[in-house]
Each structure stands twice: as structure tokens, then as C-alpha cells.
Design a protein around this ligand. Structure first.
Ligand code: FES
Length: 147
């Protein structure tokens, strides 16, 4: 089957029920999306499918309709996405493991909500878990990125 990730189309030979995360990491070597819980709970594996944030550990690759974007395709070192730039500005990451999922969730959220309130940010981001507790800096970064 074909899978387009970060604007590049790949021919892949896998079972359709294989989770998208496995395909990204193990077949395509795209390691920005992380394995955390593997059951759709933590958000570390979040990518965009057709612009919508999805948990790639829980999406069978055969069901993917639309372009997949991972953290590697969100921006680039010379032109960071606004969310990535805000993450750098506020030094959000601590251990960093959950951060690509956080950023992908934040980018999808801000594409549909302008000038979010603190409550909207907390509601949108609360299902992405960070064991370091970087939530206050995540909120600050979203405020900055939304400007
Ligand atoms: Fe996918 Fe935790 S690894 S939600």
C-alpha cells in the first residue's frame, strides 16, 4: 500500500492492521512519534492525519485516509512552525519524551482555535501526559504560538 508522510509517498508492504506508529518508526525510520503506552492513553505517539491529531499507536495503517504529518514534517530547522518556535522560546521540554506528541496536539488545536483561554488550552492538552510536569510551560507556549 501507499502511505504519504511529510509530503513523501512510500510503498509499504505491511499488514493493514499494523498500527501506524509501528509503520512510521520501524518501517520508515521516522522516530519523532514516540511509543508510550501503546493503547491510546498518553499521547506520545500523536501525529496528524489529514490535519487532525491522532494517536498513531491506535490507528491501523490500513485505515489511514489522508496525508500523515509527524513532528519531522511540521516545520524545519530554518522555518520552525509557530508552536515549535514557542516551545524553544519557553524551553518547554524537560526530558523531552512526550514533547513531539504535545507539539502535534497543540498545532492541531491552534489550527482550529484562535486566542484560546487557559481553560481551553488545559482541556485540549490534558490528555497528553507529561511525567515531568511541564504543563505550565506548555500553556505559556500555546499562548505565545496563538499570537
Ligand atoms: Fe499512543 Fe500512548 S503510545 S497514546
Amino acid at each position: 500500500m501507499q502511505l504519504t508522510v511529510n509530503k513523501k509517498t512510500h510503498e509499504i508492504d505491511v499488514e493493514p492492521e499494523m498500527p501506524l506508529l509501528w509503520v512510521l518508526r520501524d518501517e520508515l525510520g521516522i522516530t519523532g512519534p514516540k511509543f508510550g503506552c501503546g493503547v491510546g492513553f498518553c499521547g506520545a505517539c500523536t501525529v496528524h492525519v489529514g490535519g487532525v491529531a491522532m494517536r498513531s499507536c491506535s490507528v491501523p495503517v490500513g485505515s489511514v485516509k489522508g496525508l500523515v504529518t509527524t513532528i519531522e514534517g511540521l516545520g524545519n530547522p530554518k522555518a520552525l512552525h509557530a508552536v515549535q518556535a514557542a516551545w524553544v522560546e519557553h524551553q518547554v521540554a524537560q526530558c523531552g519524551y512526550c514533547q513531539s506528541g504535545q507539539i502535534m496536539t497543540a498545532a492541531a488545536f491552534l489550527s482550529s482555535v484562535r486566542n484560546p483561554t487557559d481553560q481551553q488550552i488545559d482541556d485540549a492538552m490534558s490528555a497528553n501526559l507529561c511525567r515531568c510536569g511541564t504543563y505550565p510551560r506548555i500553556r505559556l507556549a500555546l499562548k505565545t504560538a496563538a499570537q
